[in-house]
Design a protein around this ligand. Structure first.
Ligand code: M6R
Length: 611
């Protein structure tokens, strides 16, 4: 969702903040703003991208050595200049940026209006700014305690940073449900929603937990609970590098991240796929392997692309370990009749590790006694910290809003987990394990092979750039890939697309097929080959435009399809790791042809920290 950056030290604050907002822009990009203190509070904010804010800030004098900034993804109030953050109260002495939702903002607003406060916009955040001001003016609370008292009245979620004209030596921050970290430098400190804006200045970070507040000065920071209990926080060392969060010569982050996949999958397997020992070693699961293998059932909870990875996981666990698995949309899980208990194990999957719905499912499952394991990409994220155990995907920062390398890394982890479980449940013999290990090890090279020449995919993309609809069909392991292919196309090119299990086509979607309908058939699994050829024929008979993804050995498919994208052969259960790649590229090239903003598609945000 929204991104927050703050700085206090000797540098020019606006430079650090604006650059940081550009790095954070993938979290939200409908408006942006900055507030700095230099005698007075100076605020510049504007509807649109951070670049617009940068040019506007150039025209205004936003000098000063401390300040806060924000890039917004609208929840309450349309994206416009007024609703952009930072927000102030009536006196303009406080400025506040906020990520999250103040759920009781309406009641608070009415109460403040009765006390004479006038509001300029419709945001919940503006209400909080007025509330802090009201408390400060009407009581003897200092800056810190005014913020604290206001937060005690607030229901909902927040990551906030507040500055006060009369206390230009400090920034107050607080967190409940929206991530916030403190970057620790030499006589300077940073705040940010995630590490990307601060990585070039410091690698030392302190993560705030829910219910914590902090006073940040240039010389230090002091963290306490909302109830004034002082805390000693661990300082973590960031592993990410600046290079990882830059485009590295690619026109878009998404393309860079697609091309990184042979490396990210190799990284994901490093030290875990023990080829010579013919086994899987997942250090993050030490001590919980037996409990997982003996679970009454495994519930996988996630959202979006991570949910699609979870669906692949279901097939993998069932096939390789004979374990019962259910895959839930995290957003639905918590509103279901809760039948989960200590006999079950939940696996939550999240690239960002901050998705609010996934976090809520995790907490619900833990409350009911289930062990919860995580598959996360962002090290130190809330989900990673709250799970009982888990495995990092180590895919590096994913900046493109459309998830690509995170998906294949998640599926790689799930494949290794299922193999580990298959050994534990005695479903996988020594010989079969050897075969699986060898096949999985071959995946990075096979992805490189796919990426060597993308001209066929670019040509198909050119032909179908202006198609208004797309259908994606897959079976078995590749049914989730059909869903993922359709999601990729929808989110970055705004073309309506649907994914279906191939056999379901004749139960409805077949009515849509005519000579204008591109149908992408993911036919790369051997054990469903004949059935997929039948589906291809059904599409052809209705003049659908057929684009098949098939493997080297499936000449049958290639012969029947109008267009065919060939991938190297791999064990059926690992085909999603390969078939996902051409679909990512197809959606990427179509979106570029349509001149869409690939890395920052409209209405979307990288990490969805509101429910
Ligand atoms: O960070 P998470 O993996 O928890 O995010 C879940 C979804 O919001 C995410 O996968 C979303 O669907 C992406 N935009 C897909 O490309």
């Amino acid at each position: 969702m929204c991104g927050i950056v703050g700085y206090i030290g000797n540098r020019v604050a606006s430079e650090v903040i604006l650059k940081g907002l550009q790095r954070l822009e993938y979290r939200g990009y409908d408006s942006a703003g900055i507030a700095v203190i230099n005698d007075d509070i100076k605020i510049v904010k504007v509807k649109g991208k951070v670049n617009m804010l940068v040019s506007l800030a150039d025209d205004h004098n936003v000098s000063g050595h401390m300040g806060i900034g924000h890039t917004r993804w609208a929840t309450h109030g349309e994206p416009n200049d007024v609703n952009a953050h930072p927000h102030t109260g009536a006196t303009g002495k406080f400025a506040l940026v906020h990520n999250g939702i103040i759920e009781n903002y309406d009641v608070l607003r009415q109460d403040l209006e009765q006390k004479g406060h006038m509001f300029t916009g419709e945001t919940d955040t503006e209400v909080l700014a007025h509330l802090i001001e009201e408390i400060h003016e009407m009581s003897d609370h200092d800056f810190f305690h005014s913020v604290q008292q206001a937060l005690l009245q607030v229901e909902g979620t927040y990551g906030i940073a507040v500055i006060h004209k009369d206390n230009p030596d400090r920034i107050i921050v607080a967190r409940k449900g929206s991530p916030l970290l403190i970057g620790v430098g030499e006589n300077e400190h940073f705040i940010a929603s995630d590490a990307s804006p601060i990585i070039e200045y410091t690698k030392k970070v302190v993560y705030l937990e829910d219910g914590e507040m902090a006073v940040i000065t240039s010389d230090g920071y002091e963290v306490s609970t909302l109830k004034d209990v002082l805390l000693t926080k661990e300082v973590h060392e960031l592993a990410m590098s600046l290079e990882q969060i830059e485009k590295g010569g690619f026109p878009h982050f998404m393309l860079k991240e697609i091309f990184e996949q042979s490396d990210t999958i190799a990284d994901c397997m490093r030290g875990r796929l023990m080829v010579h020992e013919n086994r899987i070693q997942l250090g993050g699961l030490d001590g919980v392997v037996e409990k997982l293998a003996n679970a009454r059932r495994v519930i996988i909870a996630a959202c979006g692309t991570s949910w699609h990875a979870g669906l692949v996981g279901e097939y993998l666990f069932e096939y390789l370990a004979h374990m019962p698995v259910e895959v839930e949309y995290a957003s639905e899980f918590r509103y279901r009749q809760q039948l989960i208990d200590e006999r079950d194990v939940m696996i939550v999957i999240s690239q960002s590790g901050e998705t609010a719905d996934t976090l809520a499912a995790l907490r619900e499952a833990k409350k009911r006694g289930a062990m919860v394991l995580g598959i996360c990409n962002v090290v130190g994220s809330t989900i990673a910290r709250e799970t009982d155990a888990g495995v990092y995907t180590h895919a590096g920062p994913e900046i493109g809003v459309a998830s690509t390398k995170a998906f294949t890394a998640q599926v790689t982890i799930l494949t290794m987990m299922a193999m580990l479980m298959g050994r534990e449940t005695n479903v996988i013999s020594d010989d079969y394990m050897r075969k699986l290990v060898k096949e999985l090890r071959s995946v990075p090279a096979k992805i490189e092979e796919i990426l060597k020449d993308t001209s066929d995919i670019e040509a198909i993309a050119r032909l179908f750039t202006y198609a208004p609809n797309f259908l994606y069909l897959g079976r078995s392991y590749n049914f989730p890939v059909a869903l993922e292919g359709a999601l990729k196309l929808k989110e970055i090119s705004y073309i309506h697309a649907e994914g279906y299990p191939a056999a379901e086509m004749k139960h409805g979607p077949i009515a849509l097929i005519d000579e204008h309908m591109p149908v992408v058939v993911i036919a790369a699994t051997d054990h469903t080959n004949d059935k997929m050829i039948s589906n291809i024929e059904e599409v052809r008979a209705r003049k659908g435009r057929l684009i098949a993804i098939s493997s080297d050995g499936q000449s049958g498919v290639a012969r029947h399809a109008e267009f065919n994208i060939t991938i190297p052969e791999v064990h059926d259960c690992m085909t999603p790791l390969l078939t996902a790649v051409p679909l990512q590229l197809l959606s990427y090239y179509i979106a570029v042809n349509r001149k869409c903003d690939v890395d920052q598609p409209r209405n979307l945000a990288k990490s969805v920290t509101v429910e």
